[in-house]
Design a protein around this ligand. Structure first.
Ligand code: ADP
Ligand code: G6P
Length: 493
């Protein structure tokens, strides 16, 4: 249903991506498909509930696409913002994903600092801010999402001082010593300080930001509160008072941690038949291991495959009774490091199957595509052991989705210490993905606990399920939004 001309909204979410991507098929037909990533997975149910407006890019540089706002079946008003082919190359692939992404993920690959990319980042942030300024009602609440739009709060504050502005970062925030490499560090910090509240997943990320803003002269004013006084919202207990920064224009900007989570109901409920159908297709092995990730070098997919290979090689795992299913969503495919990662992953899959597979019986089942939610949910439910081995991950919703699909306490989770989720999901088999022995040990422990210590395994999974069940995405969104209402100087009360 198209909105009336000039429709505005009291609640606006702005993210680089809309929750749907426009796809044009080779035969010229067109469809909207769900867009990838944890940000979209978490925010879609929140927006549907608030009947808000989502401002974002429709995932294509096809300039023949109509950019008229439209409503989704779940009632979200989508307000598309176009990116040209040059914006895509410089703002999206360049500054967002070849400068900020590796910098914020602790330099797993070397960030590239390029002035023309920075200029594109500024221009695209300005364009998004102008669109939000058009669509937001007087005194509306605007919730800005993620690293692609860090200048937007500052620009929007100037365009529309009446708005209540929140910002949430979906990826880690690095230590100040790393961040200070960025030639445009002051501008980014000043951009963020346009918000009333800046939210991070973990207190450690928020602390990094507070430390940084203290160090950067001219970016920020004075501070109140100590980093160790951070509150974690959306957790059972609220710890201590908040930390705040006084921005150059005199506003108090609150900095806090809000661990994101999932919407348990949106995954669906696979039946026993769905689950046994998957197990049958995989040859009814004793143990099904599962990896589900965007194909990103931060996720440690190659290292997980190497650990699996070595466990087969040393006969710790039996190739006749074990399979690994790796579902990898295509991501950022023109960026060199993503191409390299894909080549290495696919080479390892081929090698492992060549060494340990049999005719009609591969040990690794590899899919390089996105799956519909219901199918993915059935894979989670059918899997015995989920492998999440990210080198660094803001939160990692996949780990929470797996836990959510095992309410009966079946299964086991192998989880990287460097995924934000490890803080809440401490009953997982934690591992250090930089140490292959540690990954192998965690996989072995997970297998062993399922076969030899079923009660302990059950207790662990029940604890993980309870954590996710009681800390869902609604708690995250409501915690952030009510905190924003209580702490904003602009916007409606
Ligand atoms: P990121 O945001 O870095 O991609 P997360 O683990 O936080 O990582 O979130 C990934 C989201 O994308 C999850 O909701 C997951 O279900 C979804 N997802 C990942 N891989 C696939 C896939 N192959 N098919 C469908 N959904 C996927
Ligand atoms: C992560 C980021 C999101 C991003 C998603 C998918 O979840 O935090 O901002 O949208 O990955 O990445 P893409 O580059 O495809 O938007």
């Amino acid at each position: 249903m198209p909105p009336q001309d000039g429709a505005t909204a009291d609640f606006v979410v702005v993210a680089n991506r809309l929750p749907v991507d426009s796809v044009t098929h080779p035969d010229g037909s067109h469809e909207w498909v769900p867009s990838p990533g944890g940000l979209v997975a978490a925010l879609s149910p929140v927006l549907a509930q608030h009947h808000g407006c989502w401002v974002g890019w429709p995932g294509t540089t096809d300039d023949s696409l109509s950019l008229e706002p439209f409503r989704t079946d779940s009632g979200i008003l989508l307000h598309p913002v176009s990116l040209s082919a040059a914006d895509y190359a410089e703002f999206y692939e360049g500054f967002s994903n070849a400068t900020l992404w590796p910098l914020y993920h602790d330099l797993i690959v070397q960030p590239i600092y390029q002035r023309s990319w920075w200029s594109a980042y500024r221009q695209v942030n300005l364009r998004f801010a102008e669109e939000v300024a058009k669509v937001a009602s007087p005194h509306a609440t605007v919730w800005v999402q993620d690293y692609q739009l860090q200048l937007l709060p500052g620009i929007l504050r100037q365009l529309r001082p009446d708005l209540r502005i929140g910002f949430f970062l979906h990826i880690p925030f690095p230590a100040a010593d790393l961040f200070r490499q960025l030639p445009w560090r002051e501008e980014i910090v000043r951009g963020l300080l346009g918000a009333d509240v800046i939210g991070f997943h973990l207190p450690s990320y928020a602390n990094n930001f507070l430390t940084l803003s203290r160090q950067i002269s001219g970016a920020a004013g004075s501070h109140t509160g100590q980093p160790d006084e951070l509150t974690v919202y959306g957790k059972a207990q609220i710890r201590k008072p908040d930390a705040a920064i006084v921005a150059p224009d005199g506003r108090r900007v609150q900095v806090a941690a809000f661990p994101i989570s999932i919407d348990l109901s949106s995954l669906g409920h696979p039946t026993a038949e769905d689950i046994s159908a998957i197990r049958r297709k995989l040859g009814n092995p004793d143990t099904i291991m599962l990896g589900v990730d965007r194909l990103d070098y931060t996720k440690g997919i190659l290292q997980r495959l190497q650990a699996f290979e070595q466990l087969l090689e040393h006969e710790t795992l039996d190739p006749d009774q074990t399979v690994l299913v790796q579902i990898a969503t295509p991501s950022r495919e023109r960026i060199k490091q993503y191409q390299q990662e894909r080549a290495r992953v696919e080479e390892a899959v081929g090698r492992i199957n060549g060494r340990f597979g049999k005719l009609g019986q591969p040990v690794v089942h590899y899919l390089h595509r996105s799956l519909p939610k219901a199918e993915l949910a059935a894979c989670y439910a059918a899997a015995d052991i989920m492998l999440v081995t990210a080198f660094k991950d803001g939160m990692n919703l996949v780990a929470k989705e797996f836990a959510a699909m095992h309410p009966d306490g079946s299964g086991a989770l192998v989880l990287s210490e460097f995924a934000g989720a490890a803080e809440e999901l401490s009953h997982a088999h934690l591992c250090n993905p930089h140490d292959l022995e540690s990954v192998k040990r965690a996989i072995f422990n997970a297998v062993y606990s399922l076969s030899h210590q079923p009660e302990d395994a059950g207790r662990r999974m029940q604890a993980l399920y309870q954590q996710v069940h009681t800390h869902d995405v609604n708690l995250w969104a409501n915690s952030f939004l009510s905190f924003l209402t209580d702490h904003s100087q602009g916007g409606m009360s």
